[in-house]
Design a protein around this ligand. Structure first.
Ligand code: FAD
Length: 439
């Protein structure tokens, strides 16, 4: 049994939301304890490898919704940024216009600090650039995607980067944790929080299990940042019955085609070019699954599709990310439900046709073009602002806040991380103020 611990601020989860708020509050002089369910894999020889990804992704990367949609959910220090594509996008204008939340300057500050920029032309990948040019010939303006990638020496990016970055080029929220610790924060890895503790209408900390033992943390301020699936699970166990009702995933498919005799996108960094279509509510980008994941993913479509694996080296891919409607959710036993609404399905069908046209234009044989099954990498909107939270990220319990993708009031349909970092910066500013954000 780990003794009861006391701290000023307890942060649960070390993804971009938790790591950013922990760093800011540690730098503001608060005693911060950061609790993370997973381990720090960065120095492990398996980090960034196929066996590694199977170890640190929830359910060995075989987490499916009841409808069969595959969710990739890394559980480790740095959260999903340990496996992300390194893309950055500023907050959408609707944060300000519909919810009165102005985080533009906070996002700009993080973008400047982390050197967010597109990769230079010579690193965008020949095949990916060919796809973007083909889209341009069809009248769609694809733009070089902003990246959280340091492209100086040591850059060795390719499709395999989605397993975890081994060359150190891609920024990871675990770096914010390192900085938080340098400022005095304490970190417990393998500490899984189960519940928020309360006295009347005040949150007084959390309880959970650390390396097999029960622990209790008492804190003046508790910030849940366990991600779009983790935070509602904790809140549900703490008496918030509405947590996890509804879910957005930015549901994604890949459209693949074979362009014989020319290199495919396997050696290109993921998502170097993209094109948002806000009217349709989709984002297109250049992407292909890493070599050994490709046959696994395509097998979900049908037994014939893994046979296309031999053509992986000359395959082109267009990713479609849908701004999906909030639907489904997480039930009391933790099972996730998420399919597509009729409207989502219709929009995805239209985007699918566009992607097919682009691939044909880029030289893919029409009979080789196919679409993979649905998947989701952005679980969000499960503890929504305007529903369970106010615009200051406060819950109904005094001293309890949420700061991660679960707070999104609707699907982003865009890279999420810069928005989450900005929300964390804004929350930390309020909490570090002399009144400490108390209502
Ligand atoms: C393959 C992939 C590619 C992506 N590419 C991009 C991209 O290019 N750009 C972009 O902006 N976004 C991308 N995303 C999405 C982005 O990474 C996530 O939306 C973002 O990291 C969510 O941040 P978060 O703070 O909400 O939670 P997370 O990053 O999920 O972090 C939550 C943390 O909480 C921990 N946790 C969970 N439950 C508990 C508990 N009970 N107790 C303690 N700790 C707990 C988890 O282990 C995890 O470390 C990608 C995601 C994936 C999976």
């Amino acid at each position: 049994m780990v003794p009861v611990v006391r701290t000023d601020v307890c942060v649960v989860g070390s993804g971009p939301g938790g790591a950013a708020v922990a760093r800011a509050l540690a730098r503001a002089g608060r005693r911060v304890l950061l609790l993370e369910r997973g381990r720090d894999w960065r120095a492990n020889r398996l980090y960034g490898t196929y066996p590694g990804a199977l170890r640190y992704a929830d359910r060995h990367a075989l987490l499916f919704t009841r409808e069969g949609l595959n969710i990739v959910r890394p559980l480790m220090l740095g959260g999903a940024t340990s496996m992300f594509a390194g893309c950055a996008a500023p907050p959408l204008p609707w944060w300000r216009e519909r919810y009165g939340i102005d985080i533009d300057a906070d996002a700009a500050a993080f973008a400047a600090e982390l050197g967010v920029a597109p990769l230079p032309p010579e690193l965008r990948g020949e095949a990916s650039t060919r796809v973007a040019a083909a889209a341009g010939e069809l009248g769609m303006e694809w733009v070089p995607q902003d990246k959280f990638i340091r492209f100086g020496g040591g850059f060795r990016c390719g499709a395999h980067c989605l397993l975890g970055c081994r060359c150190g080029a891609k920024w990871n929220a675990a770096e914010l944790v390192d900085q938080a610790r340098a400022a005095g924060a304490e970190l417990w890895t393998r500490a899984r929080v189960a519940q928020v503790l309360r006295e009347g209408d005040v949150a007084i900390g959390v309880t959970g299990r650390h390396a097999g033992c029960t622990f209790t943390v008492h804190a003046d301020t508790t910030i849940l940042a366990a991600g779009g699936l983790g935070t509602p699970e904790i809140l549900r166990a703490s008496g918030f019955a509405g947590a996890g009702r509804g879910l957005a995933l930015d549901t994604t498919v890949m459209v693949y085609g074979h362009a014989p005799g020319r290199p495919g996108q396997g050696g290109d960094p993921p998502m170097t070019w993209s094109h948002p279509d806000p009217a349709l509510g989709v984002l297109y980008a250049t992407l292909i699954d890493p070599w050994l994941l490709y046959p696994i993913i395509t097998a979900l479509k049908g037994p014939a599709y893994p046979l296309t694996w031999r053509r992986w080296g000359s395959t082109l891919g267009v990713m479609i990310k849908l701004t999906d409607e909030v639907s489904g959710g997480i039930d009391e036993r933790g099972r996730v439900s998420k399919g597509l609404t009729a409207r989502d399905r219709e929009r995805l069908g239209q985007a699918d046709a566009v992607a097919g046209r682009i691939l044909r234009r880029a030289g893919c044989r029409p009979d080789t073009i196919f679409t993979t099954p649905l998947r989701g990498t952005h679980p969000s909107a499960t503890v929504r602002i305007g529903d369970l939270l106010d615009t200051e990220l406060r819950t109904g319990l005094r001293g309890l806040y949420v700061c991660d993708a679960s707070v999104f009031p609707e699907a982003l349909g865009r890279p999420t991380v810069l928005t989450i970092l900005a929300l964390a910066r804004r929350l930390a500013r309020t909490l570090a103020a002399p009144a400490g954000g108390r209502a």
